[in-house]
Design a protein around this ligand. Structure first.
Ligand SMILES: C[S@@+](CC[C@H](N)C(=O)[O-])C[C@H]1O[C@@H](n2cnc3c(N)ncnc32)[C@H](O)[C@@H]1O
Length: 290
């Protein structure tokens, strides 16, 4: 993607989360401040994205949207709610273990840094210059009297993530890095360089929470739908890596997976809580590594 355009994949994560949490069972597993964050967020997106704020209030539109999405890429919708739910849950465990600095890479329109900023953690979001401008404006307009995360404009691999860390982060704080839906958009060398920086920069070993799409686990038709839908919005999946290869790459850079949830774990965990029969996208993983 270009550094001066909105990330439509990021906008649609927020829109899908907003639409699904209009349904009571989905809404009930998140706290109200998170639900309100995405309501404010979708309303303040540039047109035409902000029109979803109005249209997704109607249940028949939501059902039409769900039907269309499930036809093309089954499990795509539920995976969005799942990643927000698991990442919030795992992040909370690290915060309770004394991690005081939170870094969200490729933050998009995510709520996590804002959420933990209210609890006094040092919170940073890294994203492209255009996305950073949109996010900063969103915080100023919607939460003028609350603390905001520091937003650092970074476009990889043009910008050196190590230099950015050096300029802004405290290497001596216990740090939690969240890279939700981020590495997929980078070339493998850029992911390796970033992991290397994460491993070397901090004096205490940082914890990493991330998602992974192992596209090789999807049927060919769904792989193509996924890739084409990302390409149609001006972005490109570049990190084509199986879960085994990701595991190897993480260990080469000093990280061992400590928690791992695959599509089946997620389905078992969430289908009762959400009273849903929607599937979860095959090949989708949420993990933490330390
Ligand atoms: C799929 S979105 C995920 C957004 C958010 N983490 C979430 O899950 O809701 C990917 C994010 O990575 C950012 N991104 C993509 N390529 C990037 C690059 N080369 N350098 C910096 N950020 C990038 C995009 O702007 C976007 O916000």
């Amino acid at each position: 993607m270009k550094s001066d355009q909105i990330s439509q994949t990021a906008a649609f994560v927020a829109i899908k989360f907003y639409g699904l949490t209009k349904i009571d069972s989905y809404r009930s597993i998140f706290n109200n401040s998170i639900i309100h964050f995405y309501e404010n967020l979708v309303k303040s997106l540039p047109a035409p994205f902000k029109f979803y704020h109005f249209w997704l209030k109607f249940s028949w539109i939501r059902y039409l949207y769900i039907w269309g999405e499930e036809l093309l890429l089954p499990g795509d919708l539920l995976h969005v709610v799942a990643r927000k739910w698991y990442i919030q849950k795992i992040a909370q465990q690290f915060v309770e273990k004394g991690y005081t600095q939170l870094v969200v890479l490729g933050a998009g329109f995510d709520h996590l840094a804002f959420h933990y900023c209210q609890q006094g953690l040092s919170c940073f979001e890294f994203d492209t210059p255009y996305m950073s401008v949109l996010k900063r404006r969103f915080f100023i307009d919607n939460y003028p009297d609350q603390p905001h995360p520091r937003i650092i404009q970074t476009y990889l691999p043009e910008d050196d993530i190590g230099i950015m860390f050096d300029r802004h982060l405290d290497p001596d704080k216990k740090t939690l890095i969240v890279a939700e839906g981020f590495f997929d958009y980078l070339e493998p060398e850029t992911v390796a360089d970033s992991l290397n920086e994460l491993n070397n920069f901090f004096s205490h070993k940082p914890a990493l929470i991330s998602t992974h799409f192992a596209l090789d686990e999807l049927p060919l038709f769904h792989q193509k739908v996924f890739e084409i839908s990302v390409r149609l919005v001006g972005e490109k999946l570049q990190f084509h890596t199986s879960m085994d290869d990701l595991n190897t790459m993480l260990s080469e850079h000093g990280f061992q997976i400590s928690q791992l949830y695959d599509a089946e774990d997620i389905r078992i965990d969430l289908s009762d809580k959400l009273s849903t029969t929607l599937p979860v996208l095959g090949g989708f993983y949420v993990f933490s590594a330390i």
